[in-house]
Design a binder for this molecule. Structure first.
Ligand SMILES: NCc1[nH]cc(CCC(=O)O)c1CC(=O)O
Length: 310
């Protein structure tokens, strides 16, 4: 931070990104009334390329690279991200400072005609561009016609309202944060659709040598969320997966232990490999790696290779 009383937040311009940046701004100004917090908005590659499934654009960090450049150039001091969009590797000089309290991690079933997946008629058209959601839906309901759906939350909802789909699947967290929880027809339980690693959690990235900013951010960290997201990301990282892969991972802290479930699925739902386990919370990342290795031993690498080759 150049000026001790002025902190700049790099953020994308989507309503959800702005909500998340403003959430961090509000928490910081509540803690430090003399601090001026400014939002610096920017456009990322992921915002520009809207007609291609994300898995095919390639490269991790489609939604974060431009924000990271701003941090490295001192055009901003922190970047606020959805944790499920944040790659494991950070550019030299940058790192994840804190992970904030998680919103509802579940996927949401959104429809104007049906209340739940179970109510969907044979062959119904469901919108999602997430390979993770696609493989789990197909495994449960091979009859469903899964069609691509991209754009920010508002765009996706308007495509549903236009009648392009019978239902769409979105992260509950985004809808809740944008004040659109009433659009959720039902929550999809995690045993039906395992969320993406980090889903529902907001993380803050900053320069690793900026001790002042790190001390300001420290009170925003949420311990239980951090433990869970570290386990989920360690699993994802061992599988070399970004968020645009058919990998699910979800951890919970129960009775002082961390419990992690994960899966890798063929995109047509014909095969889903699952693993789960628990450990002491101190070993959350070790657990993540162990669960990933369990998946690999069951053949997850073959599935992932074929996804990348497609
Ligand atoms: N991949 C896009 C993205 N990144 C974060 C969220 C939702 C909010 C969150 O998970 O924190 C979404 C939209 C969605 O999956 O519906």
């Amino acid at each position: 931070m150049n000026n001790k009383n002025h902190l700049k937040i790099a953020t994308r311009q989507s309503p959800l990104a702005l909500w998340q940046a403003n959430y961090v701004k509000d928490r910081l100004t509540a803690l430090y009334p003399d601090l001026q917090v400014e939002l610096v908005t920017m456009v990322t590659k992921g915002d520009v390329i809207l007609d291609t499934p994300l898995a095919k654009i390639g490269g991790k960090g489609l939604f974060v690279k431009e924000l990271e450049h701003a941090l490295l150039n001192h055009e901003a001091d922190i970047a606020v991200h959805s944790m499920k969009d944040v790659p494991m590797e950070f550019p030299q000089g940058l790192g994840l400072s804190v992970i904030c309290k998680r919103e509802d991690p579940r996927d949401a079933f959104v429809s104007n005609k049906y209340r739940s997946l179970a109510e969907l008629p044979q062959g119904a058209i469901v919108g999602t561009s997430s390979l993770r959601r696609q493989c789990q839906l197909k495994s449960l309901r091979p009859d469903l016609d899964i069609r691509s759906l991209r754009g920010n939350v508002g765009t996706r909802l308007s495509k549903l309202d236009n009648g392009d789909y019978d239902a769409i699947i979105l992260a509950s967290a985004g809808l809740i944060r944008l004040g659109m929880a009433e659009r959720i027809a039902s929550f999809i339980e995690t045993d039906v659709s395992l969320p993406a690693a980090g889903q529902g959690a907001v993380g803050i990235e900053c320069r690793v040598d900026d001790e002042l900013v790190q001390s300001l951010l420290a009170p925003l960290a949420h311990q239980e969320t951090t433990i869970c997201v570290l386990a989920e990301r360690a699993m994802n990282n061992r599988l070399q997966g970004g968020c645009q892969v058919p990998i699910g991972g979800f951890a919970q802290v129960k009775n002082g232990e961390v419990f992690l479930r994960a899966l890798v699925g063929a995109t047509d739902g014909s095969q889903i490999i699952r693993a789960e386990g628990k450990s002491a919370v101190e070993n959350a990342e070790v657990l993540g790696v162990q669960i990933a290795e369990d998946l690999l031993q069951q053949g997850a690498d073959k599935i992932l290779k074929s996804v990348y080759q497609d």
